[in-house]
Design a protein around this ligand. Structure first.
Ligand code: AR6
Length: 179
């Protein structure tokens, strides 16, 4: 499913994000940038051990923000950057989780623009181990992308959501329909 907007597009697919040919792949990292399971584990495996070394030299990243590194072995697919976005752990919704999630997406988009990327792929940040309810996370993720494309004029940006499981894809599809 795809929605075209003035300054780009939002596409939803069911896929392993590490197989995509995009300029920037976003991973759902922790604030220590220590690697982990889920999508972060898959991205670190695909990029190789130099990714963790690069993360170590950066040191960390605040929740609701993102940092860029080289893509290392993912460069073989044409990927130029890995963006390590840190979403919030869900604590019931009263600890600014929605804003922090939006900021994790927004910062990634800003970095992608600064680095002249024409395409970026996101996973569904925070909705795995971090427990953010998917029915709340999907509309926030998509709205943040739409607002970015509408308010930050620039070159066309193709935004792909690589969603791992069918239920997550379906929730994003219904949120995109209502966007
Ligand atoms: N491609 C795309 N999506 C994936 C992949 C993949 N290869 N693998 C899993 N997902 P999670 P979080 C989906 O737990 O909730 C890590 O240990 C998964 O099904 O990866 O932000 C980090 O280091 C889910 O829909 O991220 C942090 O410590 C989504 O990606 C912590 O987990 C996010 O699930 C971050 O937790």
């Amino acid at each position: 499913m795809e929605k075209r907007l003035a300054d780009g597009s939002i596409e939803l697919i069911q896929a392993d994000i590490t197989g995509l040919q995009v300029d920037a792949i976003v991973t759902a990292a922790n604030s220590g940038l220590r690697g982990g399971g889920g999508v972060d584990g898959a991205v670190h495996r695909a990029a190789g051990p130099r990714l963790l070394e690069a993360c170590r030299s950066i040191g960390g990243c605040q929740t609701g923000s993102a940092v860029a590194t080289d893509a290392f072995n993912l460069g073989q697919n044409g990927v130029k950057y890995v963006l390590h976005a840190v979403g919030p752990v869900w604590r019931g919704g009263t600890q600014s989780e929605p804003n922090l999630l939006r900021n994790a997406y927004a910062t990634s988009l800003k970095i992608a623009r600064e680095k002249k990327c024409s395409s970026i792929a996101f996973p569904s940040i925070s909705t795995g181990v971090y427990g953010f309810p998917i029915d709340k996370a999907a509309p926030l993720a998509l709205l943040t992308c739409k607002e970015f494309l509408e308010s930050e004029p620039g070159d066309l940006l193709r935004i792909v959501f690589a969603l791992f499981d069918q239920a997550t894809l379906e929730t994003f599809e219904s949120a995109l329909n209502n966007l």
